[in-house]
Write a protein that binds this ligand. Structure first.
Ligand code: COA
Length: 144
């Protein structure tokens, strides 16, 4: 099935499909916010979509972060989601491969991500692709 899937850079016309996919992930960001990051030309960001025919069925966004401690960049996978109807057909693997390639091209040595404790399927998916748990993740609200 993955033979009919095309991975390409996201463009402004994809915003509504991207919003739908982010909804499936449990998030409802503002349309203009998503448009900004889908359209942005930045040395630190890459946004990819998976397309079957003319339908957008998956999304991955990678952001590059400099780490003072490491003399190196890490890349962060801020979102990865495949349409519910298209899961378990290899689309996620293709998107992850594109994200890793983008991270390399941006000069990052590692790709990292956070995923909720409850996403057991995603844990299996990442571990199958060689990702390991290496740190605790802390978070605090610092602005309203
Ligand atoms: C995780 C996800 C991106 C993988 O995409 P995919 O196209 O299903 O991935 P692949 O077909 O390459 O690999 C399938 C594997 O992903 C895992 N998986 C995770 N969640 C899954 C789901 N809801 N449905 C099916 N497979 C899922 C399984 O290990 C599955 O292997 P299996 O089919 O042998 O059980 C996709 O399932 C998804 O969007 N899940 C919901 C959102 C999510 O959890 N995103 C990650 C947030 S950090």
């Amino acid at each position: 099935m993955t033979a009919s899937v095309r991975i390409r850079r996201a463009r402004p016309a994809d915003v509504s499909a991207v919003l739908d996919l982010l909804g499936q992930l449990g998030y409802t960001p503002e349309q203009e916010w998503v448009r900004t990051w889908v359209s942005t030309v930045s040395p630190d960001d890459r946004c990819w979509v998976a397309e079957t025919g003319s339908a957008v069925v998956g999304l991955a966004h990678v952001h590059r972060v400099p780490f003072l401690t490491e003399s190196a960049y890490r890349a962060r996978l801020t979102a990865l989601v495949v349409d519910e109807a298209e899961r378990s057909r290899g689309v996620g693997a293709l998107l992850l491969e594109a994200a890793e390639q983008a991270a390399r091209e941006m000069g990052a040595t590692e790709l990292e991500l956070s995923t909720s404790h409850r996403r057991h399927g995603a844990h299996r998916f990442y571990e199958r692709h060689g990702y390991t748990q290496s740190a605790r993740h802390y978070r605090k609200t610092v602005a309203p």
